[in-house]
Write a protein that binds this ligand. Structure first.
Ligand code: GLY
Length: 368
């Protein structure tokens, strides 16, 4: 048998600059090369972000003559139909392989615009411009793109790295408290699983952070991103280490789907963290005292396990069956050991948990 080996050395030389500075949207010359003058530029955003920042960015990029496309805000828009609508607009404007997409918005826009970039004419460049706390900390970094289907969240997608990530922290000034907490949960998830001292930092300064103390929020964004890029650089395609970023998400995604996406992602993940930390505790891996720390921290953020009384536990367990960590038909979970550390052996970070254990944890968390 002849064996021919293909090598793609360029794959290993990928760089993605991440710029963090207030008012970057007002100064595109700081992040957009004039090489793009005369080429086609498409801003993809949602209708809310369009009003707050999209029209202004369009104005600031006047010399580049960009096309601005927007869609209805919210997770319910992250589907095939919206993707097709946006792609058709791009075809009608003769966008080609040289086209650069600017993904301006929160997680939904990041995922949608990134997935269009991954598949349009087999892949074009894009820049992530996150405008929410959640997307600054998590979804804009690392190249996960995708859409939801009736079967579940983010089930169709691609790993497609952005050319750069532009974080204008000034965008947080228009964010509601709920959306701020939504992002803080993802930061807490990163710190609980990877960085005990940052977790302690948030618990000790919670009031100032909730009041959006500029220095502290900046600090959290930088710490979370540093951890995330370290993880992604070791496991871009989510085969092992990157799975720890999925802590709280097996249950979280199922709850989002069950709520018909009325539950914000961060809040669903917070409930998922409570359940998955409870599974860790019931399995004798994580202490009850530490579980109670999470419980009281989330209560301060207005998140209580009793919310789970409103759900059908069997349906939630059923909704986990298409989780992307599934192996040999069995659902796997990330389990916490102690602050900053998850359970792992031999580069395996996801663990089978029987349905009856998940059911018990769902029940115990709901009985606060
Ligand atoms: N949001 C989890 C990840 O990027 O892996």
């Amino acid at each position: 048998m002849d064996k021919i080996i293909m090598q793609i050395p360029a794959r290993h030389a990928f760089h993605c600059p991440i710029l963090i500075e207030p008012h970057l949207l007002d100064h595109p010359n700081k992040w957009l090369s004039t090489d793009f003058l005369g080429k086609s530029l498409v801003i993809i955003t949602d209708e809310n972000v369009r009003k707050f920042y999209g029209n202004n960015l369009l104005h600031n990029l006047m010399n580049y003559n960009p096309l601005l496309l927007s869609f209805a805000p919210g997770e319910k828009s992250k589907n095939y139909q919206t993707k097709q609508y946006l792609e058709e607009k791009m075809f009608q404007h003769q966008c080609g392989r040289e086209t650069l997409i600017l993904a301006l918005g929160g997680g939904v826009v990041n995922d949608m615009a990134g997935f269009i970039a991954a598949t349009y004419m087999r892949g074009i460049s894009y820049i992530q411009i996150p405008t929410t706390f959640l997307s600054m900390i998590d979804s804009s970094v690392g190249g996960k793109t995708g859409i939801d289907t009736v079967y579940g969240k983010n089930l169709i997608g691609a790993f497609w790295q952005p050319a750069s990530v532009i974080i204008d922290r000034h965008c947080l000034t228009t964010l509601s408290r709920n959306h701020f907490v939504n992002g803080l949960i993802e930061a807490l998830k990163i710190f609980m699983t990877s960085d005990a001292s940052s977790f302690q930092y948030v618990t000790q300064h919670l009031d100032e952070i909730i009041n959006q103390d500029t220095f502290m929020v900046d600090n959290i964004i930088r710490r979370a991103i540093k951890i995330k890029i370290d993880i992604v650089s070791k496991d871009e395609k989510d085969n092992n280490l990157r799975m720890i970023l999925n802590f709280g998400h097996t249950i979280g995604h199922a709850l989002e789907k069950q709520s018909d996406y009325t539950l914000l992602h961060g809040y669903a993940v917070a409930l998922g963290i409570l359940v998955e930390a409870k599974i860790s505790q019931l399995s004798g891996l994580f202490s009850l005292d530490d579980y109670k720390v999470i419980q009281s921290l989330f209560l301060k953020l207005g998140i209580c396990g009793s919310w789970l009384k409103t759900i059908d536990r069997e349906e939630v367990i059923e909704a986990t069956k298409l989780d992307k960590k599934i192996k040999s038909g069995k659902v796997r979970y990330i389990l916490l050991k102690k602050w900053g550390q998850v359970c792992s052996e031999d580069n395996n970070y996801a663990h089978f948990v029987p349905d009856n254990m998940v059911k018990k944890a769902l029940l115990e968390v709901s009985e606060v």
